[in-house]
Design a protein around this ligand. Structure first.
Ligand code: ADP
Ligand code: MG
Length: 263
């Protein structure tokens, strides 16, 4: 049993504080949904947890059991058991999925010879083409294929906690179901999940134990699954967000830094 504990987490971009004291605690096997309007800081939270450079004034504490993650570079956070599924997974020309997973296995003291078989099994479960194993990571993949790729890496790497940033975006209904079910199964084996999502449709398959609303850089409400249903009906108006119920057709936020291929 492990615990991911986030205390008074703060982070800024030049001239503006984005995260204003986040408090969260996720235990092994639990699914916590973090929902919130566009621009509320959801992706920033995921980036700061994983140690993406470029944020200012990062303070507070993020621990897995007794390990303080904020002091560690990203790769050590991964070794401590944290995984990030990115909202906009970037292309990595020259590095194949197989290379990346094999290196991760070596770093974790696992046998890289096991990667191919594990990928083959996982690819079948979520409808991902295992031929992508030898192609450059995410290059020329559709949005939905990238999300399946993130899920496959999660299942193969088997971390303690996964932060999934809008894993649902870009997936059609069948792929969404396959991906959500796979993540749900992993929680049965002890994975703790922080599922960041704008829409409650993800949570019809990936059942949250706790739902949090992030608005203006703070957790402004916490409840059970009924909170996600309420948001589906009313949108984020009551929480300082857009006053229309969220539209599933909304375009990705162009201001999101992971939309920038230079980053
Ligand atoms: P969400 O994922 O909830 O839509 P983000 O965390 O992506 O929100 O962004 C929160 C706010 O911070 C937005 O106003 C966004 O434009 C801004 N922001 C985030 N990262 C950067 C950055 N690197 N440079 C400039 N603005 C940023
Ligand atoms: Mg985002």
């Amino acid at each position: 049993m492990s615990v991911l504990r986030i205390n008074d987490l703060r982070a800024a971009i030049p001239g503006r504080e984005i995260l204003k004291g986040i408090e969260l605690e996720v235990q092994s096997g639990e699914v916590h949904a973090v929902m919130g309007p566009n621009g509320s800081g959801k992706s920033t939270l995921s980036h700061v947890l994983m140690g993406r450079p470029g944020y200012e004034g990062v303070s507070g504490s993020v621990t897995i059991d007794d390990v303080e993650l904020l002091d560690l570079p990203t790769w050590k956070r991964a070794q401590a058991g944290l995984f990030l599924g990115m909202q906009y997974p970037i292309e990595v020309p020259g590095v194949s999925l197989g290379d990346a997973l094999a290196e991760s296995f070596r770093a974790a003291g696992r046998d890289p010879g096991d990667v191919r078989e594990l990928v083959s099994v996982e690819a079948g479960r979520i409808g991902f083409d295992e031929r992508f194993l030898t192609r450059p990571l995410n290059v020329d993949l559709s949005g939905g294929e990238r999300k399946r790729n993130e899920t496959l890496q999660l299942a193969v790497l088997n971390p303690k906690f996964a932060v999934l940033d809008e894993i649902d975006s870009g997936l059609d209904v069948d792929a969404l179901r396959a991906v959500s079910r796979r993540v749900e199964e992993l929680t049965g084996d002890g994975l703790g999940v922080l599922a960041i999502t704008h829409y409650s449709r993800l949570l019809h398959e990936l059942h949250p134990d706790v739902v949090h609303v992030l608005s203006g850089g703070r957790i402004v409400a916490t409840g059970g699954p009924e909170l996600a249903q309420e948001l589906e009906q009313t949108g984020y108006a009551a929480y300082g967000g857009a006053d229309e119920p969220a539209s599933p057709d909304a375009a990705p936020d162009p201001a999101d830094p992971f939309a920038d291929p230079l980053l």
